[in-house]
Design a protein around this ligand. Sequence first.
Ligand code: SF4
Ligand code: SF4
Length: 446
Amino acid sequence: MSQIPIELKRQPSRGTGAPTPAPALPRDRPPTAPSYFHIMAKPTGPICNLDCEYCFFLSKDALYPGDRFRMSDELLEVYIRQLLESEQTPEVTIAWQGGEPTLMGVDFFERAVALAECYRQRGQRLQHTIQTNGTLLTDRWCELLREHNFLVGISIDGPPALHDTYRVDKRGNPTYDKVARGLALLQKHEVEFNVLCTVNAANDRYPLEVYRYFRDELGARYIQFIPIVERDNDTGFQEGDQVTDRSVDPVRWGAFLISVFEEWVRRDVGTVFVTTFDAALASWYGAAPGMCVFNETCGNALALEHNGDVYSCDHYVEPGYLLGNITETHLVELVASPRQRMFGEAKRDTLPRYCRECDVRFACHGECPKDRFTLTPDGEPGLNYLCAGYKSFFGHIDGPMRVMAYLLRQGRFADEIVGMFAAAGRNDRCPCGSGRKAKQCHQSPT
Ligand code: SF4
Ligand code: SF4
């Protein structure tokens, strides 16, 4: 049951104790404000109970020396109000991330949910999400998450030996068992979860082992793979393509996605959802991919720090990308600000010619600007470090993607492709359009 105090359910305090009056919604909505944007709120800033070796958040505590890194109740209220006032789509996502957001405790999130109900605009539906390492989950946590239909992202990098390579606690001890305990609690309480798996130097050679583990051992239906790309010099975004030993190799990243795709497209379309594949299908179909890294422009995925500071993106929590603070400027004005709009458009406007002329640009768009630090073959700066992987992956999936996009345009379902592959005669041409016999193409073992 919820522990929300009844008086808070009915009437949240408005601005109680806020050091300065929080700005109200501007009378005229800024014309450059997008109708929808996504913001990741980090109530503990970068603070986490684990010490994953590749985590780029942990070093961010240097931005706020001496800070306690806890979002106050007053700021929580200001944020929820401004967020719900700013969004114009029927469904609004309230997303929590860290660091480790569960360090705030269940009570904080009960207040967040209650405030969201109080400030919900007419016709708005709320989707609560939280990204967690899962190690601090309890029955009480799961009751809250279930009651309010949270979508929980849980970070797991594969079977225990692969997961524990980099995902360790402050003493360097493995964490898999604690994560598995948290996941079991989520399943016991029937909380919807997705697995967020980083692909790194430890697991990039084991795509099928990782994917099948999530699908068959953990029962995951929603899986997101995130490539680990860590700059070696640790000084930001200047040119130079040295990366740490933990980073995924670009060619292996492509091979990893291809291997998982080949398993998925033969048997799991419609039952397992892999965000990269869904985004690619949307691009082949002609719709928005739904992943900022594959959009032509960005700028609509921001980050909110524990003290109200808003940054252009979660990957750009850097002084040069600080847009302002929501206790001084309303969130919608920060999102609509010329600096943020230029940040988003730069993703398209700074593409090197090699990308502009690339056959798979429509699906890749040069991926995330944070990883554009290598040179094109003709020496132009700004090529994505992962380019080789994306070129081979998007090139490889063209045939099946065309088939699935065609099915969707016919008003049919993309998962029909699984039956098409199975039903083809072994010596028939493969339905993917490769020109090869089915037995040598999508009927061959993965
Ligand atoms: S910088 Fe990268 S992660 Fe951030 S919004 Fe743009 S594409 Fe997405
Ligand atoms: S595959 Fe490479 S060249 Fe093509 S758009 Fe992506 S990063 Fe650019």
